[in-house]
Design a protein around this ligand. Structure first.
Ligand SMILES: [Zn+2]
Length: 372
């Protein structure tokens, strides 16, 4: 991967390129930042630059033989270690999961821990870098390299090394020449202090909403309005943005406006229908719907202060705004938003979605009726 294909993170990229140009890449480096801010992508770009045969301005050239291999995750001197979930049939070694890793990271170079664990099919399960995997790292790095310029180990989420991390300490303490350890984390405070103190730190920052939107527009062919909507929902996490995109309810099968209308009228049959429909979409889609509800309310609030042209909603939604806005003074929006946030948390905890939808509809009804 080239630095140029990573959105945002100018400061981190400049720092890394400068280190390359001055030939001063430290042997242990920790790239740390909030989830979905490109820590792994930067690690991959750094590894490629360390192996590249014709470095350009501190970045991998993208066309030499070494780049060809590193860009495709098949460079024999770039190794990976990442958290796994113990399974009966497959040994918990990173080398057994390279196909999945390559597939996931290629589709989403900003992938965060949550998406990776979901890809392992382990929602709510404990993932870690096992002792076996740590030993595999040591074994691989102790082999003399046979083709590249350096031996590189990328450790993704070193905070999940736990006690086994101690086995790796020796590598960090007494680095061999031409051996580089690149650690990528989204939870710096959970890393063993002994590891932390030996790494040079490079920080990534929360992605700006516009940066996320432009990745969606330019690399995922998302329409401008939708891209900004998703970027807002993703709250600085590029991986979350891609997750939302992949799970998007088909063209709003459920509409927030219909829900508010249904809650306002509180007709029992309609409410049952609505809760039923909500319970039938997937859990990710339910969460996205609630997130969209929060987004919609914020836009409705904004329209009262900044005028409609500042509002990022569909034409149909904008048309309905004048009718709906009088029902939504600030305090009502605040209460409903708080409720939707609680609902989101409850869905994360596997709450019954039908009961949740019904209770929430009644809550919105009461809040709208008591608005004065
Ligand atoms: Zn190259």
């Amino acid at each position: 991967m080239k630095y140029a294909s990573i959105a945002g993170q100018k400061e981190a990229v400049n720092l890394l390129e400068e280190m390359s140009l001055n030939n001063r890449i430290p042997h242990a480096i920790l790239i740390s930042g909030p989830p979905g801010s490109g820590q792994l992508a930067l690690s991959l770009a750094l590894a490629s630059s360390l192996q590249c045969e014709s470095l350009q301005g501190g970045s991998a050239c993208g066309s030499c033989q070494a780049c060809n291999k590193s860009f495709n995750f098949i460079h024999p001197d770039i190794h990976f270690a990442f958290p796994l979930i113990k399974q009966e049939k497959v040994a918990p070694l990173s080398s057994n999961y390279m196909v999945l890793f390559r597939e996931q990271v290629t589709a989403n170079p900003y992938i965060d821990k949550k998406s990776w664990i979901a890809a392992l099919d382990g929602e709510n399960k404990q993932a870690n870098i096992t002792a076996e995997a740590s030993r595999e790292i040591i074994q691989k790095l102790s082999l003399s390299h046979y083709e590249g310029k350096a031996k590189i180990m990328i450790i993704w989420f070193p905070e999940l090394l736990g006690k086994e991390g101690n086995i790796l300490l020796k590598l960090i303490e007494e680095p061999e020449p031409d051996t580089y350890l690149i650690l990528a984390t989204e939870q710096e405070d959970a890393i063993l202090p002994t590891i932390l103190s030996r790494c040079q730190l490079v920080r990534t920052r929360l992605m700006a909403s516009d940066e996320i939107a432009s990745v969606l527009i330019n690399q995922h062919n998302v329409a401008v309005k939708e891209a900004h909507e998703i970027a807002w929902l993703a709250d600085g996490n590029m991986s979350e943005a891609i997750r939302i995109l992949q799970n998007k309810t088909e063209d709003h099968t459920l509409s927030v406006i219909d829900w508010l209308r249904c809650a306002y009228k509180a007709h029992p049959v309609e409410m049952i229908h609505w809760s039923d429909a909500f319970s039938k979409i997937s859990r990710e889609q339910q969460k996205n719907f609630l997130r969209y509800g929060i987004y919609f309310l914020e836009q409705a609030l904004m329209s009262q202060y900044r005028g409609e042209d500042q509002v990022l909603l569909s034409a149909a939604e904008k048309e309905t705004l004048p009718k709906i806005v009088p029902l939504l003074p600030f305090l009502v929006i605040e209460k409903i938003t708080e409720r939707l946030n609680d609902d989101l948390a409850a869905l994360e905890q596997n709450a019954n979605s039908k009961i949740l939808a019904m209770a929430s509809t009644l809550f919105i009804h009461k809040t709208l009726k008591n608005r004065a």
